[in-house]
Design a protein around this ligand. Structure first.
Ligand code: PLP
Length: 403
């Protein structure tokens, strides 16, 4: 008989987003006439922009006129070049250091393939759940005792004391997941925060994997758009970006990882280039992203499409601000939301995040995500997503009166 991967049994929490969908369905059944306002999962609410649709349809038509077969597994040069021309060239990154993929979720978990299981991994808490789940599924930690942290993971608390962002730990580690702007707390690492992380990574010969899925929402001057704006980053950091939020590609699927050639990792007595291993991994385990999707992604980086998508991003930021101001006007304590479309809302004293979540859903018909779903240190908060429209945000603020 085949043997299942035993590490899956160590995962005791269910993946948060499908649970939220189930809760939503249940409340919809119980209250069919009540309009539930969805500030939960954080999916886009605006359709694709005209220039992107045009490029997508043109590429599909092209495929009916000539054969477009397998493309390069690390992505077409035209898209890599567009990534370089639109921004990364100015940081000295080359097209060969750009790897196109189906999503940042794929990149952040697949990168573990090129890293030894012996690496000590540091993960923010609370965080996007895939980092931890992938490390557990991969057999990188022993099981947690009931209610305890996983023993081989270094947790980076993102709590009130740390400004809701991960800070370099006292002890050394080998691989660090960072996410900035940070999901779920909605805060962003500043230039000096990055400097501290880069110094730490150099001191401990560690690798930083930066998930920059929400980079397009950055507005503060002291928050770099890319870690490569900061000196030394190219030696220690891999950066991940997606078209999901910047251009509304959650249903199309396209993202990229930047893996600088300078980054080295130990392999026995030698140092090996992670760029080489990542190329090898992608060649063996992927046949790339579809041609029309890559053409659409290329179009999204054009000046015209950028203007169109920026309107949506600005709108999400406006709705986020509307929600945050509304919460504060109602005496609520909340954080984030300036460089990120997420608000980290403090639960009333002594109320758990699941209880507060259910109260908001059942009484105010507002759907958010309980902070505990992002990790133990997310307890005491709920995440409210600003991926919404003006009508829903205004209605939500009205409903807050009932709190
Ligand atoms: N990383 C973070 C922090 C996210 O919040 C999300 C999606 O919400 C992703 C990655 C997934 O990105 P993609 O759609 O490119 O897989």
């Amino acid at each position: 008989m085949s043997k299942a991967n035993p590490h899956y049994q160590k995962i005791t929490r269910e993946y948060i987003f499908p649970i939220i969908d189930k809760e939503l369905e249940q409340v919809r059944e119980e209250h069919p006439n009540k309009k539930i306002l969805n500030f939960g999962v954080g999916d886009i609410v605006h359709p694709l922009k005209p220039s992107i649709v045009k490029a997508l349809t043109k590429a599909c038509t092209e495929m009916g006129e000539k054969v477009v077969g397998y493309g390069p597994s690390t992505g077409y040069h035209f898209l890599k070049k567009a990534v370089i021309d639109s921004e990364y060239g100015k940081y000295g990154i080359k097209a060969s250091e750009v790897f196109i993929s189906e999503g940042t979720i794929n990149d952040c978990v697949n990168l573990l393939d090129i890293l030894d299981v012996d690496n000590e991994i540091a993960i923010p808490d609370p965080a996007y759940p895939s980092y931890l789940d992938a490390a557990i599924m991969d057999g990188r930690t022993r099981a947690a005792k009931k209610g305890n942290d996983f023993p081989d993971i270094i947790y980076l608390p993102c709590t009130e004391e740390t400004g809701f962002l991960p800070r370099p730990p006292k002890k050394g580690c080998d691989v660090i997941y960072l996410c900035s702007p940070h999901n779920p707390t909605g805060m962003a690492l500043t230039r000096s925060d990055y400097e501290q992380w880069i110094d730490y990574a150099k001191e401990h010969d560690a690798l930083i994997i930066l998930d920059a899925a929400y980079e397009c929402f950055i507005r503060s001057d002291n928050v770099p758009k890319s870690i490569y704006e900061v000196k030394g980053a190219k030696d220690v950091a891999i950066e991940l970006r997606t078209f999901s939020k910047s251009a509304g590609f959650t249903g199309l699927r396209c993202a990229y990882s930047i893996v600088p050639e300078a980054i080295k990792a130990k392999l026995g007595k030698e140092d090996v280039s992670l760029h080489k291993l990542w190329t090898q991994r992608q060649n063996a385990k992927s046949n790339g992203v579809s041609y029309p999707v890559q053409r659409a992604a290329e179009a999204s980086l054009s000046k015209k499409a950028h203007e169109e998508t920026t309107e949506d991003i600005e709108d999400y930021l406006i709705q986020t601000k509307r929600l945050k101001d509304g919460l504060r006007d109602h005496g609520q304590t909340c954080y984030g939301g300036d460089d990120c479309p997420y608000i980290w809302w403090k639960c009333p004293e002594g109320v758990s995040s699941w209880d507060f979540f259910r109260h908001l859903l059942n009484e105010l018909h507002l759907l958010c995500i309980p902070g505990a779903g992002f990790g133990k240190r997310g307890e005491g908060y709920v995440r409210l997503s600003g991926f919404t429209n003006e009508e829903a945000a205004k209605e939500a603020v009205k409903r807050l009166k009932k709190l």
